[in-house]
Design a protein around this ligand. Sequence first.
Ligand code: AR6
Length: 176
Amino acid sequence: MKVGEVTVECVKGNIVEQHDIEAVVNAANAMLRPGGGVAGAIHKAAGPGLYQECKPLAPIKTGEAVITSGHMLPNAYVIHALGPVYAAEKDPAAKLAETYQSCLIRAEEKGIKSVAFPAISTGIFGYPMKEAAKVAFETIKEMAPNLKSVKLIRFVLFAQEDYEIHQEVMKEVLEA
Ligand code: AR6
């Protein structure tokens, strides 16, 4: 779908296999350690050099994002973002929106044209999938008119059900 000049799309797949994308987003932990889920997959595919580059940038706060190179990933950059732990936040939606904003700001600073996101906070951090998707697409819709370099935003969903939820919510939010 298009929001102004920005293409927004959903695919079913693995965040570490997005060969045509300049920056992939890591659903990171505060210490930027390898960890599990998306972070584990990204660090495994990128190789140990990624954590070496991450170490001096940690810790990061909830809603923050930092950028590194992609090392052995097929992407030039990794944007490491710390989403909210759903049960631990008073206003998780505001924090999740801030997380997506931080990622797009880091991308714009580098003149990045394409960004792939996982569904931040919806795994170990317990954010309900549909609610998280709504926040994600609303934030992108709001930011899209001000984006200068970013022309493609892709959501990469691991599970078929999560992909379907994102497709549905994307249409709902972007067509409204
Ligand atoms: N590609 C795309 N999506 C994936 C992949 C993958 N390779 N692996 C998992 N998902 P999570 P969080 C989905 O837990 O909730 C880490 O240990 C997954 O099904 O990776 O933000 C960090 O170190 C889920 O829908 O991120 C942190 O401590 C979504 O990606 C903590 O988990 C996010 O799941 C961050 O938790």
